[in-house]
Every structure is written in C-alpha cells, then in structure tokens.
Write a protein that binds this ligand. Structure first.
Ligand SMILES: [Zn+2]
Length: 355
C-alpha cells in the first residue's frame, strides 16, 4: 500500500481534459488520436484504475491554478489575474466533489477520517484524498482561508514555479512578499499545514521562522544529488527533520538526475530508474539517522509523462517495484512500510491531533 503526497489530479482532469476514470492506455489513445503534442501528452501515467492497481489508496491531491509569472514552464496554464486563478481552483475543488459522488474518491479532513480510511480501504472502497493547494495564487486575501478550510483544504504550498503573490518560488531568488506573513498566520490559526515545496531558499527560511504549525515537503528531492534550487539542501533537510516533517520523494526525472534537459534528455539514456528515487530516499534517511522522515510525493503527471519519469515506470502502478529496491538497499520491512505509507499516515495523524 502506498501514500503519495502529491498528485495534480483535478488539474489533469480539467486543464489537460483527461478522464481519470479511464485506464491510462485509453487516456493515451485519446490524446494521440487528437494529435496533441505538448509534453507528456499521450504519455500519462496516472488514472484511478492505475492508482488502485498499484495500491495507492491514499494521496494528497492538489488545486493548481497559478497566475502569470516569470517561469520556464510553458506547459502550465497561467491566469492573467488572481480572480481567474481563484475561480479555476474552486472549479477544481468541484471536480473532486463530483468524483466523491461517483464513488471514486473519499475526502480525508481529520485524523478520524484518515484512520477510518486506512482501516477500510480495499478494492470496493473509494480512494482517499487530502486536499492541498500548490501555489496560493487562488487565495485573493488571507481572510478568505476559512472558506477554503470549510470546503476541505488542509495543506498550502504558498508558491510554485516563479513567484506567487505571497512568496518567491522555484527558479527565483527572494523571500515572502508583504501578503505572505498574513497568509501563514491565518493558515496556522485554522490548522492548514505548510508545504515548503517550491519555496525559494529565502522564502523557505522566512516561512519556517514565521509558521509554528506542522510542516511538510510534499514533493522534493535532494540538492546534494541534483544541484538545483528546486531541491532541498542538506541544511534544509535537517531543519525539516528537526520540525518533525516528512519529505515526499518525487519521480520527476528532471529532479532525479543532474543536468537533465526537459524535452531532450531521455530516462533510458540518463539511466534514471526507480532505483534513482531510492538514492534520494536513502540520502534523507542517512541525514535523519532513521527512516521516519521520507516518503513519496511522486508528482506523476505533474506536467510531464513517461518521457520524464523513471525508465522502469509505465504507470503509477509500477510503484510496486519500489519495496524490493528498498529491501536490496538493506531496509527492513518496518522501514519499507514507513517509507511507502506509514510516515505520511503518522505525520497527518499527529499534525491533526496537535502532537
Ligand atoms: Zn510541484
């Protein structure tokens, strides 16, 4: 069983117009038939069927609707104004609600719901999701956060690629913007958890100083192995461990292999496989001195497909290849369970119980 802390399901369903109720190969065929050429088109790896096949019964699912900012990521649809991002994110939220009504998904909003989901999961049960927001661009002002919380939002990453209205993000240099501290204070008051993934280094430091609640890094790899600001430095990893955080290892090959050029490098030629993800998992475990602070945040179908995923991964169901690879590195069954699922289950349970 797996717990994946980062999947952009609604964004795939709406912005990429993918019917996630179909098997992966069917979604690929639809896109190829339509002649779609953007990156990742016809190469997707995630659908509800593939999640079930792989035993990924619990995950964090995002709202992703960002405004126009300097970024090298043309695949991301960017809204010209925050009001559009706001409305788009509410639209994405209603996609999840529709999937609940159809029996595909079940919302997890507190420790009790998480415990009940983990105890009852099975082939006939809905997949469980915790709602998060990647980039706080849809939040017009921090005082509307209560409304988002009531609708189920439990995690926010204030920035994405480029700056958001609240903080500097990936690929930029700087800290929080003037609206950032008020956002963090309101998140803390409501119990919305802080996801530090995508924060620029200075913004990471400032957010960690200001926010006193539980923190996580939903989809983040190690800068020691792939030198880029998108990854966490050892110092940042140690600071997160000190706060009881869990870090989700990402399966984006650009974040796994140094020197990867999007659209050019291929996983086979770069030698990127699921074992490469294990290198990043192991690095966090070595820094922590245990296996309690790392888990999964695959980010599969997060703007890329098979062309930018580990070469031995066809769909997310191939996560089943991970436990034997961890075993081969010397991890025992308890550690493997913790990495695949247990650490996120503990993190969210403790965070919601105020531990
Ligand atoms: Zn991301």
């Amino acid at each position: 069983m797996f717990f994946d802390a980062h999947l952009d399901l609604a964004w795939n369903a709406i912005d990429w117009n993918r019917d996630l109720a179909l098997p992966v190969h069917h979604i690929r065929a639809v896109e190829r038939k339509q002649g779609l050429q953007h990156k990742g088109r016809g190469e997707n790896t995630v659908s509800f069927h593939a999640l079930r096949q792989g035993g990924v019964f619990t995950f964090v699912a995002t709202l992703l609707a960002r405004t126009v900012r300097e970024t090298q990521m043309p695949a991301f649809r960017r809204y010209e104004h925050m009001e559009a991002a706001h409305a788009a994110a509410w639209g994405q939220l209603h996609y999840y609600k529709a999937m609940e009504r159809q029996g595909h998904l079940r919302p997890i909003r507190d420790a009790k719901e998480l415990g009940a989901h983990l105890a009852s999961r099975g082939d006939r049960q809905p997949l469980g999701y915790i709602l998060s927001m990647e980039g706080a661009d849809p939040v017009l002002t921090p005082d509307e956060l209560g409304e988002w919380y009531d609708a189920g939002l439990r995690v926010i990453g204030p920035a994405h690629y480029g700056p958001s209205p609240y903080a500097h993000g990936t690929g930029t240099v700087g800290g929080l913007f003037p609206a950032g501290p008020a956002l963090l204070r309101e998140m803390e008051r409501l119990g919305i958890l802080l996801d530090v993934t995508h924060l620029a280094d200075q913004a990471f430091d400032e957010a960690m100083d200001l926010y006193n609640g539980p923190v996580l890094a939903s989809h983040h790899n190690c800068r020691a192995l792939v030198p880029d600001q998108r990854q966490l430095s050892d110092e940042q990893i140690k600071r997160l461990i000190g706060r009881g955080a869990v870090i989700g290892a990402a399966f984006d090959a650009w974040m796994l292999s140094p020197g990867w050029i999007r659209g050019e490098t291929r996983p086979e030629t770069a030698g990127v496989t699921i074992a490469t993800v294990v290198d990043h998992i192991d690095h966090v475990c070595q820094l922590a001195g245990n296996a309690r602070h790392v888990s999964l945040g695959t980010d599969l179908d997060g703007g890329f497909g098979r062309e930018q995923s580990p070469a031995d991964l066809d769909t997310i169901a191939d996560l089943v290849k991970l436990p034997p690879l961890l075993k081969a590195r010397g991890y025992d069954d308890d550690a493997i369970h913790a990495i695949c699922e247990g650490n996120w289950a503990r993190f969210f349970t403790d965070a919601w119980r105020g531990k």
